[in-house]
Design a protein around this ligand. Structure first.
Ligand SMILES: Nc1ncnc2c1ncn2[C@@H]1O[C@H](COP(=O)(O)OP(=O)(O)OP(=O)(O)O)[C@@H](O)[C@H]1O
Ligand SMILES: [Mg+2]
Length: 357
């Protein structure tokens, strides 16, 4: 068992029992997949509780194994910190346990099951590929609060995108959304709260059967453009020079200055991109490589095509929120000084303005 595996007492009394419980679950439909994992619905045959279980098979080659373990360790570390929050933030999916199943040589993360699609799927289910502003407004408030909770405990989220926000409707709130996927979280520079680097180092040491392997182990996910091929930047060995996340969502300053520029402001930038994508059906700047995206960002103004140009009806107030989140200078960006409260206040103003109050 890896030192960063954990369980909360509501799931099992200790790690050994958590593993037994996970092994006793009845696995059902696959509900999602990513670059290194598959997510399944699973049911406890005794209590009939339903869970989502993220299964991360560990590759055999030592370098790949170390990289996967580091990502799992980071996600487990974040999940553990988040699961200790009282009350648990509604906007963040609750993690119950993270165990290593030796028989399958896989890490398994047990979470609350969200009963709807991720926002990327939700968008593609609509004929227009877009989500109406009235729904997006509620979602943006929830996502802002989720980012605010992470920043409050000293974490950058880094990987905000439509695939990582999942609809989990309730009777009272059919548009309730929750944030998932925490393996790219990082400590906010200068605020070391969550022991991230220790977790990642522990994972590397354990994975490094070959003592020379740790010298070349990468600690990052390669950049992945939306729906395209991987951008492989794994030849860069210095962690400070490598970019994490998804190309279309990377903040201007991160593209310009590299990984050292990640900050809470870069998470707010990603929120601006996500909002735009949900409302307009595509990211404002996209392309086959990071360089092309950056070039377009520098040279193409942010456009809001209206109904006469085949675009959606989006209020001026909402456009202003997006503009403020996509300011090139991070210190001028909405959220960079006042955090989630500032974003929520501006989004609430937009709500009032568009409802004419
Ligand atoms: N708790 C959950 N309930 C319902 N669906 C979920 C849940 N967690 C994840 N999913 C679905 O599974 C998909 C993949 O999960 P996740 O984003 O955590 O993995 P990933 O993108 O592969 O992560 P990684 O960055 O580790 O490759 C999500 O996009 C979402 O659709
Ligand atoms: Mg994901």
């Amino acid at each position: 068992m890896f030192p960063w595996c954990f369980t909360i007492s509501a799931f099992a009394s200790d790690i050994g029992n958590a593993l037994k419980r996970v092994q006793g679950l009845t696995f059902g439909e696959e509900i999602g997949q990513g670059s290194i994992c598959r997510v399944y619905q699973a049911t406890c045959p005794v209590s009939h509780e339903r869970f989502a279980v993220k299964t991360i098979p560990l590759p055999k080659p030592v370098c790949q194994r170390a990289e996967v373990l580091q990502r799992a360790a980071r996600e487990a570390a974040a999940a553990r910190v988040l699961s200790d929050l009282v009350p648990h933030p509604d906007e963040i999916v609750r993690h119950f346990a993270c165990v290593y199943d030796e028989g399958e040589d896989a890490i398994k993360m047990v979470m609350e099951l969200c009963r709807g699609p991720c926002l990327s799927k939700l968008r593609s289910q609509a004929n227009s590929g877009r989500i109406p502003e009235s729904r997006v407004r509620k979602m943006v408030a929830a996502i802002s609060r989720a980012l605010g909770h992470l920043h409050d405990i000293g974490l950058l989220y880094v990987d905000l995108k439509a695939e990582n926000v999942v609809l989990d409707p309730t009777e009272q709130d059919p548009d309730r959304v929750r944030l998932v996927d925490f393996d790219l979280c990082r400590d906010i520079p200068g605020r070391h709260v969550s022991s991230y680097d220790e977790a990642a180092t522990a994972a590397t040491v354990i994975a490094s059967v070959d003592p020379t392997a740790s010298l070349t182990i990468s600690t990052t996910k390669v950049l992945v453009p939306n729906g395209g091929d991987d951008y492989d930047n794994s030849h860069i060995n210095n962690d400070n020079e490598r970019l994490w996340g998804t190309a279309e969502y990377l903040a201007f300053e991160v593209l310009q200055d590299g990984a050292a520029a990640y900050s809470t402001a870069s998470d707010w930038w990603s929120l601006g991109i996500l909002l735009y994508e949900l409302l307009y059906g595509k990211a404002p700047w996209s392309g086959p490589s990071v360089d092309v995206i950056f070039h377009r960002m520098m040279n193409h103004r942010l456009m809001f095509p209206g109904p006469s140009q085949g675009g959606p009806q989006v209020s001026t107030a909402m456009q202003q929120v997006i503009r403020a989140l996509l300011r090139y200078l991070p210190e001028m960006r909405l959220g960079s000084r006042g955090g989630a409260r500032e974003v929520l206040a501006q989004a609430a103003l937009s709500l009032q303005e568009s409802s004419g109050t």
